[in-house]
Design a protein around this ligand. Structure first.
Ligand SMILES: [Zn+2]
Length: 112
C-alpha cells in the first residue's frame, strides 16, 4: 500500500476515500483513531492509502480534489449587477433575479 493523501482532519480523509472508491479504486483511511492523541504522539494525521499500482491514477484524483477545495473556498463573493444582491462565491448566477427573460422557447416553436 502507498500513502496518497494526508488529511488535516478525519472527515477530509473519508471524503477523499469516498472519491477514490467512487472511481473504482480500493482505498483505506489510516491513523484516524490516533487523531485524538495527537498531542501525545506527535504529528499524526489521518491518511488515505491505496494499492501501489493505483497510486498514479489516485494521485491525480486527489490533486483534482484538492484543487477543487481550494477553488471553492478561494472564489470571492460577488455583487449582482442587476439587483445588487451579494452572492456567495460558489453561486455562478444570481439566485434572486429571474432567469433570462425574453427567451421563451415556447412562443417561437408553437406558432410555426
Ligand atoms: Zn440579481
Amino acid at each position: 500500500m502507498k500513502q496518497v493523501y494526508v488529511a488535516a482532519e478525519p472527515l477530509t480523509a473519508h471524503v477523499v476515500r469516498e472519491v477514490l472508491q467512487s472511481k473504482g479504486f480500493f482505498a483505506v483511511v489510516r491513523d484516524e483513531h490516533i487523531f485524538g492523541l495527537r498531542g501525545e504522539v506527535g504529528s499524526v494525521y489521518p491518511s488515505v492509502w491505496v494499492h501501489e499500482k493505483d497510486y498514479a491514477e489516485t494521485r491525480k484524483l486527489v490533486d483534482a480534489f484538492e484543487a477543487g477545495q481550494r477553488g471553492a473556498s478561494a472564489r470571492p463573493a460577488w455583487t449582482c449587477p442587476q439587483c445588487g444582491e451579494r452572492i456567495e462565491g460558489h453561486f455562478t448566477e444570481c439566485w434572486k433575479c429571474p432567469p433570462e427573460a425574453g427567451d421563451s422557447a415556447g412562443d417561437a416553436a408553437g406558432d410555426a
